[in-house]
Structure formats: C-alpha cells, structure tokens
Ligand binder design. Structure first.
Ligand SMILES: Cc1cc2nc3c(=O)[nH]c(=O)nc-3n(C[C@H](O)[C@H](O)[C@H](O)COP(=O)(O)OP(=O)(O)OC[C@H]3O[C@@H](n4cnc5c(N)ncnc54)[C@H](O)[C@@H]3O)c2cc1C
Length: 256
C-alpha cells in the first residue's frame, strides 16, 4: 500500500488502516458509495472556565440533565473547569449560520433556567468554542477492501451522547491487532475484525442516538432519573453489555 497525502508526502506499508475520523477519506476510497454522516439534532459548545472555586473533585465529570439543556463539566487539578453543553438544534446549520450565533449570550440565555454553576461557567470562560454540528453513522456498510480497512469514527461515529466514541476506537485498534496476529492473511484478518466488532458498535451508535434524543428531559424525568440511578447498579440496569465490555488480548481470535 502507498498512501499519498495532500502535502505530497507518501507512506508505504503492508496495509492501510484508515483511522481518519468522521470525514474519512479512506472510507470513500474503500467504498465510493459510502453514506454521508447523519445529522444528530444537537450542537456542541463549551469552554475553559478560570478562577471558579468549585467544590468538585478534580477529574470527576459531572453531567447535568438540566431543565432545557444537557451540560457537563470537569475540574482540572490546576483549578480550571472544562465544560461543554449540547443545545438542541432540529435543523443542521451551515458554517455561516453557526458563525453568526453570538455564543456567549446564547449560552447565558440557554442556562438561564439552570440551577448551580451553569451561568458561572460561561462568565468565567474568556473564550467560548463556537458551536458545531453533531453527526453519527447508523451504518457504514463497507469497512474494508483489498488491503484497506477503516476503524474508529471513520467506521462508526456515534453521538457524543454515548460517551463511547474514543473507547470504541481503542477497542477497534486492539481487536484489529489481535486479528492480524492470528489470521491466515490480511483479508481473513479484516473479515474476523468486522465479525467481532460490527454488532457491538452499531448497538452503541443506536444507544448514543437515544441518549441524545433524551438530553433535554422534561421535569418528570429529571426527578425520576436520580431514583433510577440509585436503584440499579450498572450490571442490573442492562448497561453491562456497554460498560462491562472486556477484550482478552491473549485469547485466540475465532474464525469469522
Ligand atoms: C463533544 C464531544 C464529546 C465526546 N465525548 C466522548 C466521551 O465522553 N467518551 C468517548 O469515548 N468519546 C467521546 N467523544 C468521541 C471521540 O472524541 C471520538 O469518537 C474519537 O476521537 C474518535 O477517534 P478516531 O481516532 O477514530 O478519530 P479522530 O479523533 O477524529 O481522529 C482522526 C484523525 O485523523 C486525521 N485526519 C483526518 N483526515 C485525514 C487525512 N486525509 N490525512 C491525514 N490525517 C487525517 C484528523 O486530523 C485526526 O487527527 C466525544 C466527541 C465530541 C465531539
């Protein structure tokens, strides 16, 4: 395989692993008819807040299903607070439309009804990330051809509402490495990789879409959710398939 990059440089290898994300070029080289990403009706916005004195343990991520918006924040050990929020946006916006949004006043407005620190996060952030659209892929039919394969977001981007995109990309890389180790050749390795991964990742993408659809909960659900979390441990609430997933590196990979 020889990959030629836009700057004219090249790279040679026995095979090509396209880990090139949502807008993957490798995906369309493998399958020119590959589907376009699906717009998920949420925007992402956020920032780095400075100077807040939060009573929050560094490194612990707080996720808040607010009255009208989902947001999340985590305290950095240096005292900064990193945060993001997902405003609902039914229609995909163009770059120009996104750029025209006054993000600071929009976020303050969206956080108006929220309790706690939401508005402080905005006020304490010198700069806000301009919001961007969210996408996923319910299904990418073709993951490999000849000596080329895609992994990670290139093969199965999920809504950030799943909290699993990076995890799945790492799982793919480890699984592909196991398959290349144990298979009889590259085509066999790619077939085994796909048979081990496809069902799980498509289930996660579907779950992420459902989570995203629920990111703006009504008042009843906001009261019910904490009780649900208290009542059920993860393995009992049916999420063990998601969070209990383990890959045994030493186990031989089965035939596809
Ligand atoms: C707001 C938000 C919150 C998220 N939260 C979580 C979370 O809590 N947990 C979680 O697990 N995941 C989360 N994710 C998802 C996670 O970030 C992605 O799933 C993950 O980064 C995918 O990794 P990847 O390596 O497949 O692709 P990417 O991280 O997109 O990396 C692709 C790389 O390829 C490069 N590239 C692209 N095209 C080319 C080209 N033609 N030539 C050369 N290089 C190229 C890009 O520059 C990039 O560096 C979140 C995503 C968002 C947007």
């Amino acid at each position: 395989m020889t990959a030629t990059f836009a700057d004219g440089t090249t790279a040679h290898g026995d095979l090509l692993v396209g880990a090139d994300g949502l807008r993957s070029a490798a995906r369309t080289i493998i399958d020119p008819k590959a589907p376009a990403p699906r717009y998920v009706p949420l925007l992402n916005a956020g920032g780095y807040a400075k100077g807040l004195r939060l009573d929050a343990e560094p490194g612990h991520m707080h996720m808040v299903f607010g009255r009208s918006i989902f947001y999340s924040y985590v305290a950095h050990p240096n005292g900064d607070v990193w945060w993001f929020a997902n405003p609902r946006q039914p229609r995909e916006l163009s770059k120009a439309e996104l750029a025209a949004i006054p993000w600071r006043s929009r976020m303050l407005e969206l956080f108006e009804k929220e309790n706690g620190i939401a508005r402080d996060l905005v006020s304490a952030s010198e700069e806000l990330f301009a919001g961007w659209n969210t996408y996923d892929f319910p299904k990418v039919p073709t993951w490999h051809r000849d000596r080329m394969v895609i992994i990670g977001d290139a093969a199965h981007a999920t809504s950030p509402a799943s909290g699993q995109g990076a995890s799945m990309a790492i799982e793919d890389a480890v699984t592909l490495a196991r398959c290349l180790r144990d298979a009889t050749g590259v085509p066999d390795a790619f077939a085994r990789y796909e048979s081990l991964r496809r069902k799980r990742v498509e289930r996660v993408v579907a779950q992420g879409k459902r989570n995203g659809d629920g990111k703006s909960l009504g008042p009843v659900m906001r009261h019910v959710l904490p009780m649900v979390f208290k009542l059920f441990k993860p393995s009992e609430s049916g999420t063990d398939w998601l969070y209990g997933h383990r890959i045994d590196w030493d186990a031989p990979v089965p035939q596809s």
